[in-house]
Ligand binder design. Structure first.
Ligand code: HEC
Ligand code: HEC
Length: 208
């Protein structure tokens, strides 16, 4: 074959694969996404949240712990263990071999892991975050005298524990922190709303 012919053959092959691939994808029913597969096939026994369906536990006399897919027992198993139970079944747990594709089972296993560890990001630590404010508002949040002088502001303006500040709502304190005020820098993009709320909570606690 000449180079030209080789190229033509490769191009045709690629074209054929594209066309046939498209046709096959259209023919086959779209496989359910993991969340849909779980809701449709598993939640009746395991509950929407994977913690076990209470009604099912009662009716079928299931062991509630066995149905809980978010507990330590399930977390301690490997993906291969869980895949085996899903494909092969176990006691009253039905087998899904032939009903779910390998890919779907893998997706559902990942989904189950996600249920077990919901996105509980560590709660923002107001005291630690306040470190960002110390330079102007002082360690005790009563305002840094030198900064007040340098900024030519009333020292009371930097006091975050005075009546003036405490009279403000959390929303107002959050707004000032996020958007800034005169020489007070804006923290939008530097602190999340949750973090700002945590700092405000810390300040209120300091005031007590
Ligand atoms: C008819 C009720 C029922 C349905 C529907 C069901 N399960 Fe189960 N499943 C069970 C029972 C009962 C057990 C406990 C089996 C045992 O330990 O005896 C179980 C156990 C399991 C386990 C093992 C948990 C562990 O800690 O060992 C996994 C994983 C699991 N199921 C996943 C699924 C998935 C994924 C689906 C949906 C595709 C599903 N199940 C659908 C009843 C059900
Ligand atoms: C670079 C200095 C500086 C830093 C850092 C700073 N601030 Fe300020 N802040 C100011 C100044 C100046 C004011 C007074 C603004 C005015 O009233 O003109 C102020 C005012 C405030 C007020 C309003 C007080 C009131 O009584 O109305 C709040 C609330 C506040 N800051 C929160 C914070 C928090 C929370 C942080 C840390 C995340 C922070 N600030 C960091 C300079 C700063």
């Amino acid at each position: 074959m000449t180079i030209k012919q080789t190229c033509k053959a490769a191009l045709l092959a690629a074209l054929y694969m594209t066309i046939s691939g498209t046709v096959r994808a259209e023919d086959a029913p779209k496989p359910l996404a993991p969340a849909e597969a779980f809701a449709g096939k598993c939640s009746s026994c395991h509950g929407k949240d994977g913690k076990g369906n209470a009604a099912m536990v009662k009716t079928l006399k299931f062991d509630p712990a066995a149905l809980d897919l978010t507990d330590a027992a399930t977390a301690g198993k490997t993906d291969a263990d869980l895949t085996k139970v899903i494909l092969g079944g176990l006691n009253k747990m039905p087998a899904y071999q032939g009903k779910l594709t390998d890919e779907q089972v893998a997706g559902v296993v990942t989904f189950i892991r996600g249920l077990a560890s919901p996105k509980t990001e560590a709660k923002p630590d107001g005291a630690a975050l306040y470190a960002k404010c110390v330079v102007c508002h002082g360690k005790d949040a009563k305002g840094d005298a030198a900064k007040a002088k340098a900024f030519h502001v009333d020292p009371a303006a930097l006091d975050l524990l005075d009546k003036d500040t405490l009279a403000k709502t959390d929303a107002e304190i959050a707004k000032i922190t996020l958007e800034g005020l005169n020489k007070m820098p804006a923290y939008k993009g530097k602190l999340t709303e949750d973090e700002v709320a945590a700092v405000a909570k810390y300040l209120r606690a300091q005031a007590k």
